[in-house]
Design a protein around this ligand. Structure first.
Ligand code: COA
Length: 326
């Protein structure tokens, strides 16, 4: 009996060269290193250079992911970029990436679910490959989130950074228990006012800035992430103890620690990159995954739990047995 499933066979990432520490930030924002570290766990963030765009970040991450699995753009049937900071309102940044990697046969589009963008794009790619839209996909989370920040608002500008991560997905006919085991998404527009951007083409024709009620977002994050993780585990007939690595959205180390405790996982089974990357929105999960694969922590066959929540509110979780059967 064949068991068709979508495998996650490679990952790649890219961070812009410019590193801004909390100390540097404190020279032009009314904040300090101790406050940022204590409340968020963040020590530094990477920010795009003048002229560097989300497509550039996405290209560098995608090129590494493709090289890591020995593929080229021509092998890719589907490209989804999760981003809230596209190069242009249209066309999609994904079509730009498609051209850059010469993926002439690929369907390409962007998904906008803010910090939950990567788990949303993963779910969509999984469904599209399973329904015959192709055999190989690139799912990219890429953000120049610094472009949305109000540098006069210390309650938000210290939290975010820029970067990109990409994964290669491949449909396999005899996958056994490998690949995407479950994926659960939720949205609730009733909470759209606690985390939003005060601009947009149809509201005031501007790009706008991030606005957030931090405490409210924090409360929803812990509650909703725990609940959606339970759903994802149940959908995969798994338990938290079956998870090798929690690879969470990197918004705040206190949210990550709360999830670790709720799941009953040992601390060294959680990938934390928020200290170096800050919150890179849709890019944060594939950036964290890439870091842990590159340093040898995550290995072929490890079971990963991913979760994220962001503006909308939109949130989700996915369980994946990483790599391919050898
Ligand atoms: N530096 C120094 N002080 C700051 C500051 C900064 N960057 N930002 C806020 N403060 C001050 C506030 O003015 C306030 O001072 P006051 O007590 O004199 O009024 C004090 O610190 C506490 O602010 P508060 O907003 O209550 O802090 P908090 O403990 O809720 O932490 C967040 C703020 C943003 C770190 C926290 O709410 C959070 O992480 N929320 C979730 C955010 C998130 O993850 N968003 C993305 C989801 S994808």
């Amino acid at each position: 009996m064949t068991n068709q499933r979508v495998l996650m066979t490679a990952v790649g990432s890219y961070l812009p060269a410019n590193v801004v520490t909390n100390e540097t930030l404190s020279s032009f924002v009314d904040t300090d290193d101790a406050w940022i570290r204590r409340r968020t766990g963040i020590a530094q963030r990477h920010l795009v250079a003048e002229g560097e765009t989300t497509a550039d970040l996405a290209y560098n991450a995608a090129a590494k992911a493709l090289a890591n699995v020995g593929l080229t753009g021509g092998d890719i049937d589907l490209i989804i970029i999760a981003t809230t900071t596209p190069d242009n309102t249209f066309p999609s940044t994904a079509t730009k990436l498609q051209h850059m990697i010469e993926a002439k046969n690929a369907i390409a589009f962007d998904v906008q679910a803010v910090c939950a963008g990567f788990v949303y794009a993963l779910d969509i790619a999984d469904a599209m490959l399973q329904s015959g839209r192709g055999r190989r996909a690139l799912v990219v989370g890429a953000e120049s989130f610094s472009k949305l920040l109000d540098w006069e608002d210390r309650t938000t500008c210290v939290l975010f950074g820029d970067g990109a991560g990409a994964v290669v997905l491949e449909l396999a006919d005899d996958a056994g228990d490998w690949g995407i085991r479950s994926s659960v998404l939720h949205s609730d527009g009733a909470y759209r006012d606690i985390l939003f951007v005060d601009g947009g083409p149809s509201s005031n024709a501007s790009v706008g800035h991030v606005r957030m009620e931090g405490k409210e977002v924090f409360r929803h994050a812990v509650e909703k992430l725990a609940s959606v993780m339970d759903e994802a585990l149940s959908a995969a007939s798994m338990e938290a103890r079956d998870i090798d690595w929690l690879v969470p959205h990197q918004a705040n180390v206190r949210i990550i620690d709360a999830m670790q405790k709720k799941m009953g996982l040992p601390s060294d089974r959680v990938v934390r990159t928020v200290e170096q990357h800050a919150n890179t929105s849709a890019a944060s999960i594939p950036l964290a995954l890439s870091a842990a694969v590159d340093d040898g922590r995550i290995k072929n066959g490890d079971v990963l739990a991913m979760e994220a929540i962001g503006g909308g509110l939109a949130w989700g979780a996915a369980l994946v047995k990483f790599g391919r059967p050898s």
